[in-house]
Design a protein around this ligand. Structure first.
Ligand SMILES: [Fe+2]
Ligand SMILES: [Fe+2]
Length: 233
């Protein structure tokens, strides 16, 4: 009897899987729909600019800390997909987003373990009070919370005195750096204090900074926040 070749399909590298994910029209449609939903409820920009920024930052964090390439690429994938649940509803968008990601990841050839790791990172990026569930999850949380910049405010009107918009709009420069040797992750911001004070910044961003701190600790690092040249944590 002729033998049937039942060899497993060759495993694809996580980098080539990410390339396929980024090229997937369904992903871009969901990112667009999520951003439209956030615009409809008056939230800051959550579109392709934000998610690619988070993907890049998450990948950078793990690269600089010497994590394996597979984790780096899974963090990039989770960064790209982390906010797609917003197209369903803002509340619990991390959980709906993780479940929306599942069929896409499996269709593209991610293994169940890779898909599950990405889903866990998406599902935990807003879980204040819980530690990250993996290095990929920690990196995505840091990347997400570090994306503070005036370009995220859609249509700034000073007279509206919207503190969220004021604080984002006040941020004229932001930079996330990772020092693998010293095990320090630093978010450095330049704030225009004519628009928002450092106190107002803290009022709005305390939770974000707590999550960043916990995520950095998970990765064996300290988290430093520097605003206008002053080290605050
Ligand atoms: Fe989110
Ligand atoms: Fe986000």
């Amino acid at each position: 009897m002729p033998s049937i070749n039942r060899a497993e399909p060759e495993a694809q590298s996580a980098a080539s899987l990410y390339k396929k994910l980024y090229g997937e029209p369904e992903v871009h449609e969901y990112i667009r729909l999520s951003d439209e939903a956030m615009a409809a409820i008056g939230y800051t920009e959550h579109g392709l600019r934000h998610v690619t920024q988070v993907a890049t930052s998450a990948a950078k964090v793990l690269t600089e800390l010497g994590h394996p390439e597979e984790e780096v690429e899974l963090a990039r994938a989770a960064g790209l997909l982390h906010d797609i649940g917003n197209l369903i509803a803002r509340e619990d968008h991390e959980q709906s987003g993780a479940l929306l990601a599942y069929p896409i990841l499996m269709r593209l050839g991610y293994t169940p373990r890779q898909a599950g790791t990405v889903m866990g990172a998406i599902g935990n990026h807003e879980q204040l009070g819980f530690p990250p569930v993996s290095a990929v999850s920690a990196a995505v949380t840091i990347g997400d919370k570090a994306d503070v910049h005036r370009s995220r405010v859609r249509d700034y009107h000073e007279e509206l005195e919207d503190i969220h918009d004021d604080v984002n709009y006040a941020c004229v420069e932001s930079a996330l750096t990772v020092n693998g040797e010293l095990s320090v992750i630093t978010l450095e911001l330049k704030i225009d204090t004519k628009i928002a004070t450092v106190m107002e910044y803290f009022q709005i961003f305390t939770e974000r900074m707590m999550m960043s701190n916990e995520a950095a600790n998970y990765l064996g690092c300290e988290f430093h926040l520097i605003i206008n040249g002053t080290k605050l944590s």
